[in-house]
Write a protein that binds this ligand. Structure first.
Ligand code: ZN
Length: 165
């Protein structure tokens, strides 16, 4: 997706650009292209960006350590403040403006749909990646919970057994 020159949006019907895409997103290691739509609306002092997107990712299960495919779908809307080049920044007197508290880009700059989409997809990756509800940890991990199966202890266990007899 190409960068959008923000003032250009004002010339479009309803100041809105709608993009349909199916492409790989740079930095995102997805199995299939990311597919969806994005609506970018100019609302005067902010952009309202919303998307409905989907892709399939290959993830590594946190529990069994196997690869599995995960359908990552995203339905999100975000406001991005448009800031005027601020004269107060030059004088050093700087008030805390609302726009400082949110993501903001210059009003006469560019909006990068691909970068924004990459950020949103990254933020929506599952925190805990588990392939299925009944997956099991690999064997060597299970054995850690049973010290008696550890070979370092087996000789000691054998001696202990001798004393018990
Ligand atoms: Zn698993």
């Amino acid at each position: 997706m190409e960068a959008i020159y923000i003032p250009q949006l004002l010339k479009l019907p309803e100041q809105t650009e709608t993009i349909t895409f199916e492409e790989s997103v740079e930095g995102l290691d997805s199995l299939t292209p990311v597919r969806g739509t994005m609506i970018i609306a100019h609302r005067g002092n902010f952009l309202e960006v919303s998307t409905n997107a989907e892709t399939i990712m290959t993830l590594v299960c946190d529990r069994c350590l196997k690869n599995y495919n995960y359908r990552l779908s995203l339905k999100i809307s975000e406001m991005i403040w448009l800031k005027n080049p601020s004269p107060s920044a030059l004088t050093g007197e700087r008030e805390i403006a609302l726009e400082d508290l949110f993501e903001s880009i210059p009003i006469n700059g560019y909006f990068e749909p691909s970068t924004w989409l990459y950020e949103q997809l990254s933020l929506n990756m599952p925190v805990r990646q588990i392939c299925s509800q009944n997956c099991q940890p690999p064997k060597y991990q299970q054995e850690q919970f049973h010290p008696s199966l550890d070979s370092r202890w087996s000789s000691l266990a054998a001696i202990k057994k001798q004393f018990e007899q």
